[in-house]
Design a protein around this ligand. Structure first.
Ligand SMILES: Nc1ncnc2c1ncn2[C@@H]1O[C@H](COP(=O)(O)OP(=O)(O)O)[C@@H](O)[C@H]1O
Ligand SMILES: [Mg+2]
Length: 365
């Protein structure tokens, strides 16, 4: 049985999640996992460059530095699993998104983390650059995980949603009629704004368990201003990132609410995620929303999602047999397997691409 590795780091820029798996039909067997956190100087440089502060030299150096860290995450997970590199079919590396601008006249999406270094240092064939073929065919290049959700999590006769709470939140609706089209898109910010505000105000990278937000109260005026953002009422296909939802976006709005306590702003940001997910998610009787991503660990966010999304039930993807932290990395391991089997990785009904496309570039070992 062939083994596959998935490497993922999202817009939160917290670190690289690595997983080594085998697939047996719809069953995923996890052999090892590993997380390589970004050192704080790398995280800061990535955050600056993602806001267009930096030079081509910064881009080149960070491509190398993150490529080295992706390679390190891969070698760590290979060692933990105790698998010889020759037994691993491929690594699927999402890379680190720096900018995602799918809607202009010259759409692009930039992921760094040099895959040449990953292939060279692991001795394992590496697949990367998953988004740009979808973009080239008129799609958003995102989200790409819905095809994986469909392959592994759909259930005949049952409406399910998968809700990924990374820096940005994305949803996938898997219809009870498995032949009906899947819906999937980014709903807007999840942790990105909460992390940015928490770092700005407290120096901490994120609000552990939502404890700080829980000390505050929702400011309805600020929430109303946030909800007037046009992205939330746009029809899918759509995808977004920290190019839009960043600290500057928040601070412009806060100019109109200068006296708010920090915890009240944090609580209002949490409410923004809970409300925008509930407003945009398709609702069906008896539907369950299975949550994954780091936001699943935010106890207060989960509690408020249960309120805003009621009567749909909020659950963890652990109920589907996959821990919330590992859904996205496994998806990229699977996307690598799709690439090497010559099968498509996108769902055109989700991304808006003009058709199914084989995604990713291959860097042979
Ligand atoms: N215990 C926790 N309490 C609250 N938030 C958490 C917790 N653990 C992780 N997170 C949030 O999850 C984020 C990382 O989630 P992740 O799924 O890796 O996002 P991304 O795909 O954007 O990298 C962190 O930046 C943080 O906001
Ligand atoms: Mg992450």
């Amino acid at each position: 049985m062939k083994a596959w590795i998935g490497l993922m780091s999202g817009t939160s820029m917290d670190g690289i999640d690595a997983i080594l798996v085998t697939f047996e039909d719809r069953h995923i067997r996890i052999h090892a996992t590993h997380t390589t956190d970004y050192p704080s100087d790398i995280r800061q440089r990535l955050a600056s460059l993602s806001q267009n502060r930096g030079t081509p030299d910064d881009l080149g150096e960070l491509d190398h530095a993150t490529g080295s860290l992706f390679a390190l995450a891969a070698t760590s997970v290979i060692e933990k699993a105790g698998f010889p590199p020759a037994s691993i079919a491929a690594i699927g590396s999402h890379g680190q998104t720096l900018r995602h601008q799918p809607d202009g006249s010259k759409p692009f999406s930039i992921q760094i983390g040099d895959p040449n270094l990953i292939a060279e240092r692991t001795g394992v064939t590496t697949v990367a650059d998953f988004r740009r073929r979808d973009l080239a065919s008129g799609g958003q290049g995102a989200p790409l995980v819905p095809a994986f959700h469909k392959a592994f999590f759909s259930a005949a006769g049952e409406d399910r949603c998968i809700l990924n709470l990374g820096g940005i939140a994305n949803i996938t609706h898997l219809p009870a009629d498995n032949s009906a089209p899947v819906t999937g898109f980014d709903t807007g910010p999840s942790n990105a704004l909460m992390d940015a505000w928490c770092l700005d105000q407290t120096g901490k990278a994120y609000d552990k368990d939502g404890a700080w937000a829980d000390e505050g109260i929702v400011d309805q005026d600020l929430l109303g201003d946030m909800l007037s953002e046009a992205y939330f009422s746009r029809q899918p296909p759509k995808s977004t990132g920290t190019e839009k939802f960043n600290l500057e976006w928040l601070k412009v709005l806060l100019n109109r609410h200068p006296d708010l306590a920090g915890a009240d702003v944090q609580r209002t940001l949490l409410e923004l995620t809970a409300v925008t997910v509930a407003q945009q998610i398709p609702h069906f009787p008896g539907m369950t929303i299975f949550v994954c991503g780091g936001g699943a660990r935010n106890r207060v966010l989960m509690r408020e999602l249960q309120r805003t999304c009621s009567p749909s039930r909020i659950a963890s993807t652990a109920e589907l047999g996959l821990d919330p932290q590992w859904v996205e990395p496994v998806a990229f391991a699977w996307l690598a397997s799709q690439r090497l089997s010559g099968k498509p990785g996108n769902l055109p009904e989700v991304t808006g691409a003009s058709g199914e496309r084989i995604l990713g570039a291959v860097y042979y070992a």
